[in-house]
Structures are given as structure tokens and as C-alpha cells.
Design a protein around this ligand. Structure first.
Ligand code: BMA
Length: 313
């Protein structure tokens, strides 16, 4: 399908947040979860410390473009014995899902045992309650749908595998603690921009035609990997069914701060904010170093998923 405008229009003043904006010492600012709460945009971003391990900071904005960072980090590795063992190497890539009057926070917890996912909740971004570690090792990139289906929470995630390219799976839970009925819903496509691995990106949001999920896909080149973003549409009533996946990427590293940095050639999303005017603000980390934002027309992304889609599996 031909769309006569950029699929994502980059904000002219990118990057919108860098380590220089953070009032405590950090090396990077990237891979942030974002949500609109009480008409303010709240960004929970990842920063590498100079020891190479990550923590999560908070920044607020009135307009979704100009952010001010809070003086203290938002989330650091837990000292509570139930979590401390598994968060010892850092917390990364937090996603925010608004579900039933609260926000569910999912993030990667790193330790000598591997990477697993922790789930926490907040209703005001002031106090945070850790609920549970909801995966074993090795899983990353958990996003929770903003609605329940048949009374159950639903998540997309990405287990690691030695015998299959890393793919997107779905799981269900009655209580946020116990998850099951897992199955694979989307796989990388051979000799395609996302052939090496794919993973959930921003928590899906509702459109007329389905749940729109912006995911990341990775391609291996002779000089390293390239992380790009793609779009997939899940059935409104049955999110395990994918209605269509955009054949092409919707964003690739192009700006200097996406092409060069802590990890070159990376655009990586953990959050998008659908607006009332039919657009969506998509936020991404550039080269694991800075935060960027761009705007897309939601109907364009839906049309890309539905016209000449590539197979999901
Ligand atoms: C992935 C994760 C992301 C990161 C990306 C590119 O495996 O570690 O947090 O943005 O690699 O380095």
C-alpha cells in the first residue's frame, strides 16, 4: 500500500531526553514506558549507570514532547528478599499498561540467574507495589493488554530459544500472578527485515479494526544488528489471533543519534500514546542512548497491517 506521507513523522527537536537532562549520574536515557495520566505524560525511562547496570527514572510532560526529570530514580533493584535475588543486576525496559483504574508495570529483572520479568502496580506513580516475578528465565519484553478478556489478563512476551528464532507468545492470567495457556502468535520471517528475532514493543492499544501492537524486529548484517519497528494488528475479541502484520518496517535507525551511540543502529520502543485526534505518539530509544518521539496516523498503521500483510507465523 502507498501512503503519501511519512509513516512516522519524527519530532523536529529529537532527541527529547538525554543523560544531560538527568539530575543524577547516568550514562544513557532510553527504552521508556509512557502513559497519559491526569492529562500529563509520564515517562519511565531506563538509564545505564556507569557500572553498566540499569535503573528506571521518571520524567513528566504537559505536551508529550518537553519532559522534566524527577530528582530521584523511580525504580531501582529491590532490597525485598522476594525480588532482590533476581533484580541484582538491574531493572530495564519498563512498560506501563493502564488496566482497570491502575497501571501495571512490567520490566526486565536481571541477575546471575538470567533475565525474567517482574510485575508491579501503581495508581499515582508515587507509590509502587511489586506484585510478583511472572516468568522464569529467559524472557523479556512483556506487555499487558489494557483490557481483560473473559475475565483474564492477557500478555505478550518473548521467550529465548536455542532452536527457533525468538518469537512473540501470548499468555493469560486470572490474578496477575499465575500465567498460562501460552502459545506462540508471531514469528520472525526468513530473509525479511525482522528475520533474526522479534519482540513486543509498546503495550497494544485499541483501534476500530483491532489491537495495534508496535513491535521490534532485528536483522543481522555483516556489521552487527539493526533494530527496527513494525506493526501488527490483533483481533479485538481474541488477541491470540493476528489479523495482519505490516510487511515493511515502520521505523528504522536514520538520525545520527539512532545510528551511533551505546549500541549503534537501534530504535526500540516500550511505549506509545494514542491521542483523541486519530494520531499516536510513538516513543523510542535511539542507539540505547537517548529518547525520541514521532507521530503517526493510526489509520495508516492499521492500513499497513491489513493491506498485503506478511504471515504472522
Ligand atoms: C535488546 C535489549 C534492549 C536493547 C536492544 C538493543 O536485547 O537489551 O533493551 O535496546 O537489545 O541493544
Amino acid at each position: 500500500m502507498k501512503i503519501d506521507r511519512p509513516i512516522i513523522t519524527r519530532y523536529k527537536k529529537n532527541p527529547i531526553l538525554t543523560s544531560k537532562d538527568v539530575p543524577y549520574p547516568v550514562a544513557t536515557v532510553h527504552n521508556a514506558g509512557i502513559v497519559k495520566h491526569d492529562d500529563r505524560y509520564i515517562m519511565l525511562f531506563r538509564s545505564h549507570l556507569v557500572n553498566g547496570r540499569s535503573i528506571i527514572g521518571r520524567a513528566d510532560s504537559e505536551d508529550g514532547f518537553a519532559f522534566t526529570v524527577h530528582p530521584e530514580p523511580f525504580l531501582i533493584p529491590s532490597t525485598d528478599h522476594a525480588f532482590a535475588e533476581y533484580e541484582a543486576f538491574g531493572v530495564e525496559d519498563l512498560r506501563i499498561s493502564p488496566v482497570e483504574n491502575e497501571y501495571l508495570l512490567t520490566y526486565s529483572a536481571y541477575s546471575r540467574h538470567g533475565v525474567r520479568i517482574a510485575l508491579a502496580r501503581t495508581s499515582d506513580f508515587e507509590t509502587v507495589e511489586r506484585i510478583a516475578l511472572i516468568t522464569q528465565a529467559d524472557l523479556r519484553n512483556v506487555v499487558i493488554f489494557p483490557e481483560k478478556f473473559g475475565g483474564r489478563y492477557v500478555r505478550l512476551d518473548r521467550p529465548h530459544s536455542e532452536i527457533s528464532p525468538w518469537s512473540i507468545w501470548i499468555s493469560y492470567s486470572p490474578d496477575l500472578v499465575h500465567w498460562g495457556d501460552s502459545r506462540v502468535v508471531m514469528k520472525p520471517l526468513a530473509y525479511h527485515w525482522d528475520e533474526m528475532k522479534i519482540g513486543p514493543g509498546a503495550p497494544p492499544f485499541r483501534t476500530d479494526k483491532g489491537w495495534l501492537h508496535i513491535y521490534h524486529g532485528v536483522f543481522k548484517t555483516m556489521s552487527g544488528t539493526v533494530y527496527r519497528l513494525g506493526a501488527a494488528l490483533h483481533d479485538l475479541d481474541d488477541p491470540a489471533t493476528i489479523v495482519g502484520v505490516s510487511d515493511g518496517w515502520i521505523l528504522q535507525p536514520e538520525d545520527p543519534w539512532e545510528v551511533t551511540g551505546y549500541v549503534p543502529n537501534v530504535v526500540f520502543t516500550c511505549g506509545a500514546v494514542p491521542e483523541g485526534d486519530g494520531t499516536v505518539k510513538i516513543y523510542w530509544g535511539g542507539a540505547d542512548t537517548v529518547m525520541c518521539v514521532g507521530t503517526a496516523v493510526i489509520d495508516d498503521l492499521v492500513a499497513l497491517c491489513l493491506s498485503a500483510p506478511r504471515p504472522a507465523l
